[in-house]
Write a protein that binds this ligand. Structure first.
Ligand SMILES: *Cc1c(COP(=O)(O)O)cnc(C)c1O
Length: 286
């Protein structure tokens, strides 16, 4: 018992816990999830909700139009929201608007956000994708939150993910095998991740030999400054070849905010959209 009556109060939690990088994005007041609902900013969350609803409507419109132009049904193309640099509160709002697939590109940022989102929406059923370059020493951590790893591009990474997934299943840290896509590099440039096209069959066979990884398809990023039609056409050939050997590997993760129409025209089954949904990021990520 405190003689002054003040010592028993818990410390006030820090405002910027969790996701410091996104806290100083311009024009984004009140990020940081749980502290959003302070009565001093009663309209923040409502305003953000309508912003996101509007951008989601526009992205869906673009997707519908692209599908119609390509003679495809809109439900053939999944919308994956890339929430990197944005707070868990945005994920919650997008989930409220009906999105179920979310992606991150950095393990540490994702780990925190996935936990924050789970606290905000404990009953929401969403799936988390890792789409960024992944070091082998992050495999253990990533399989604790990711449903899908789309950036598998080396035998060493396959082996690390296999072992990490097996251990996580044993320990009860995950319930399902890990879905994986082989990321293909469509130019010679190093640094954005992805294996060479001729390495895909070898990686696919290796993944198929494991019981804890499930081969779902291929992923690619169109080369900077290149013609996305050429890149996505190449990817569709690679995907067709892969499906000849592995008919269940049907996913083609291709297309981002700037080139989703081209990707849909060339058979993408999943577009990964960040900027067009959530707004501009302060730093450009790969
Ligand atoms: C950031 C990112 C995206 C989304 O890019 P936008 O241009 O913001 O839509 C898609 N894929 C990967 C791998 C990314 O890192």
């Amino acid at each position: 018992m405190s003689p002054h009556g003040t010592g028993d109060f818990p410390e006030v939690p820090a405002m910027n816990e969790g996701d410091p990088a996104s806290d100083d994005l311009p024009g984004r007041p009140g990020v940081g999830g749980l502290v959003n609902d302070l009565p001093t900013r009663p309209d923040t969350s409502e305003q953000r909700r309508s912003e996101l609803a509007e951008s989601l409507r526009k992205v869906r419109e673009r997707l519908d139009r692209a599908c119609r132009a390509a003679g495809r049904r809109p439900d053939e193309v999944e919308l994956l929201a890339v929430t990197k640099t944005f707070p868990a509160s945005d994920v919650a709002l997008l989930a409220d608007l009906g999105l179920v697939e979310f992606a991150e590109n950095r393990e540490q940022e994702a780990r925190v956000k996935v936990a924050e989102f789970a606290a905000l929406r404990p009953d929401a059923r969403v799936r988390w994708h890792m789409v960024g370059q992944l070091q082998r020493n992050k495999a253990r951590a990533v399989v604790r939150w990711a449903d899908v790893v789309e950036s598998v591009d080396s035998e060493r990474l396959v082996e690390a993910l296999r072992r990490a997934t097996a251990n996580a299943l044993d320990a009860g840290d995950r319930k399902h095998p890990l879905d994986v896509l082989v990321q293909v590099s469509l130019d010679e440039a190093e640094g954005r991740g992805g294996c060479r096209p001729d390495e895909v069959p070898k990686l696919a066979d290796m993944i198929m030999r494991t019981s804890d990884l499930r081969l779902r398809g291929v992923m690619a990023v169109a080369p900077l400054g290149g013609d996305p039609d050429v890149a996505f056409d190449t990817l569709s050939v690679i995907s067709a070849r892969l499906r000849r050997d592995h008919p269940e590997a049907v996913d083609v993760s291709a297309g981002m905010s700037g080139d989703l129409e081209s990707a849909v025209a060339h058979g993408s089954t999943r577009v990964r959209v960040g900027t067009a949904l959530l707004g501009g990021r302060r730093l450009t990520s790969p």
